[in-house]
Write a protein that binds this ligand. Structure first.
Ligand code: CP3
Length: 349
C-alpha cells in the first residue's frame, strides 16, 4: 500500500487526507518531557534510540500519517564542528558569530555521513507501517545563515540583512559554504530511509521578494535539484517558511513538489499564486496553531474551512493535492488531546 502522504504528494487521490504537524514531537507531550529529562536538546539529537523514540511518540499517540525526524536545523552545523548550543526557551546560540571573510573561510563544511542520525532513521523505520511516512528535514541556507550571523535567535535579522546588502560578495560566499552542508545532511537522511523531506526556510518571510530572489533562491534551488537526484527513487520535496504569503511564487520556483503555507494565507489564494508562477503544486497547511486552544467547535469549523479551500483549489486546477498541517509548529503548551481530536476531524474530510 502506498502511504496517504506519498499519494497526496504525488498528486494522486489519497485513501485518506494525510495530516502531520510541525513540532508534533516535543514539549506538548508528557512522554517527551519524561524521556528528555536531564538530557540537553542537542545531545538528544545524536542519540539514535532516543531520537527514534521521540520521533515515534506523536505517531503512536495521534495517528498522524507521518513522523517528522526529531532533530534540529543546527544539527548538521554541530556535526560539521561549529561551536553552538540550543538554549532552552531561546533557541540556537552560536559561540562565534560569522561576520567577516575569515569567519566564512573558517566555517566547517559537513563532509561525512551523520551516523547517529542514520542509525536513528533505521530504528524509526522498523516501527512505522507502510501507511506511515518518515519525513526528514533541513534548515534552508537563509534561516541557518541568520542564526550564524546574528549569533542566535533574532527579532529583526538586522545584522544578516546588513551583510546581504552592504557586503553581497561576503553574503554569497557564506551561502555557498552552507549549501553543501545542508545537502550532505539530507543525503544522510535519504540514504538511511526517509521517504520525504522538508526544507524549512522559517525566517524567509522577513525578506522582500526581491531580496529573496537575489540572495536566497539560487541556493534553495540548488538543494532541491540535488535532492531530486538522491536515493533509488526521488523523494517528495516540501518547502515551508513563516509569513511567506508574498514569497509563495518564488518559493515554488525553488523547485519543491509541495509548498507549505503558513496560517496567514488562505490555501486557495496561495494555490492561485503558486499556479501562476510554476503551474499547480501540492499544498501543505495551514491551521493556525493557536486555534488548538479554541475548543472543539472552532477547531471543527476551521478544519472544514481549510479542507474546502484546498478542495476548491484542486477542483479549479490550481493545486494537485493537499497535505493537512498547521500553519507553523505546535505551541509547547498545547493540550495533546486537542491535537489527537484535530487528527480525527481531519481524517473525516
Ligand atoms: O516535531 C518536529 O517538528 C521535529 C523536531 C524539530 C525541532 N526543531 C525540535 C526542537 C524541528 C523540525 C525543528 C526545526 C527548527 N529548529 C526550526 C524550523 C522549524 C520552525 O519552527 O520554523 C527552527 C527555526 C529551529 C531552531 C530552534 N530550535 C528554535 C527556534 C528552538 C526553540 C527554542 C525553545 O526552547 O523554545 C529550537 C529548540 C527545539 N528544537 C526544541 C525542539 C523540540 C525545544 C527544545 C527542548 O525541547 O528542550
Amino acid at each position: 500500500m502506498t502511504a496517504p502522504l506519498l499519494q497526496a504528494a504525488a498528486g494522486a487521490t489519497p485513501t485518506r487526507r494525510p495530516v502531520w504537524f510541525m513540532r508534533q514531537a516535543g514539549r506538548s507531550l508528557p512522554e517527551y518531557r519524561k524521556v528528555r529529562e536531564g538530557i540537553p536538546m542537542l545531545d538528544s539529537c545524536f542519540m539514535p534510540e532516543l531520537l527514534a523514540e521521540i520521533t515515534l511518540q506523536p505517531v503512536r499517540r495521534h495517528d498522524v500519517d507521518a513522523a517528522i525526524l526529531f532533530s534540529d536545523i543546527v544539527v548538521p552545523l554541530k556535526a560539521a564542528g561549529v561551536d553552538l548550543d540550543i538554549v532552552a526557551g531561546r533557541g540556537p546560540v552560536v559561540a562565534h558569530p560569522i561576520r567577516t571573510a575569515q569567519d566564512v573561510a573558517n566555517l566547517p563544511i559537513l563532509e561525512h555521513e551523520v551516523e547517529e542520525v542514520a542509525q536513528g532513521i533505521r530504528i524509526i523505520n522498523e516501527e512505522l507501517t507502510d501507511a506511515q511516512t518518515l519525513i526528514g528535514f533541513a534548515g534552508a541556507p537563509f534561516t541557518l545563515a541568520s542564526y550564524l550571523v546574528e549569533g542566535g535567535p533574532s527579532r529583526n535579522h538586522e545584522t544578516t540583512k546588513a551583510m546581504m546588502h552592504a557586503e553581497p560578495a561576503l553574503w554569497h560566499s557564506l551561502m555557498e559554504r552552507l549549501t553543501p552542508t545542508i545537502i550532505a545532511f539530507l543525503r544522510t537522511q535519504i540514504e538511511a530511509g526517509v521517504e520525504a523531506m522538508q526544507l524549512f526556510d522559517s525566517w524567509a518571510g522577513f525578506l522582500t521578494e526581491r531580496d529573496y530572489r537575489e540572495h536566497v533562491l539560487p541556493y534553495s534551488q540548488q538543494i532541491f535539484a540535488e535532492v531530486g537526484n538522491m536515493g533509488s527513487a526521488p523523494v517528495p520535496r516540501i518547502h515551508f517558511g513563516v509569513a511567506t504569503g508574498e514569497l509563495l511564487p518564488a518559493m515554488a520556483e525553488a523547485g519543491p513538489d509541495v509548498v507549505g503555507v503558513d496560517w496567514r494565507t488562505p490555501l486557495d489564494t496561495a494555490a492561485r499564486r503558486i499556479a501562476q508562477a510554476t503551474g499547480p503544486k501540492v499544498l501543505q497547511g495551514n491551521l493556525d496553531p493557536a486555534l488548538l486552544f479554541a475548543g472543539e467547535k472552532v477547531l471543527a469549523q476551521e478544519i472544514a474551512r481549510i479542507c474546502e479551500e484546498a478542495d476548491r483549489a484542486i477542483e479549479q486546477g490550481h493545486a494537485l493535492g493537499h497535505i493537512f498541517n498547521l500553519g507553523h509548529g505546535v505551541i509547547p503548551s498545547t493540550d495533546p488531546d486537542a491535537i489527537t481530536r484535530a487528527v480525527e476531524l481531519i481524517h473525516q474530510h
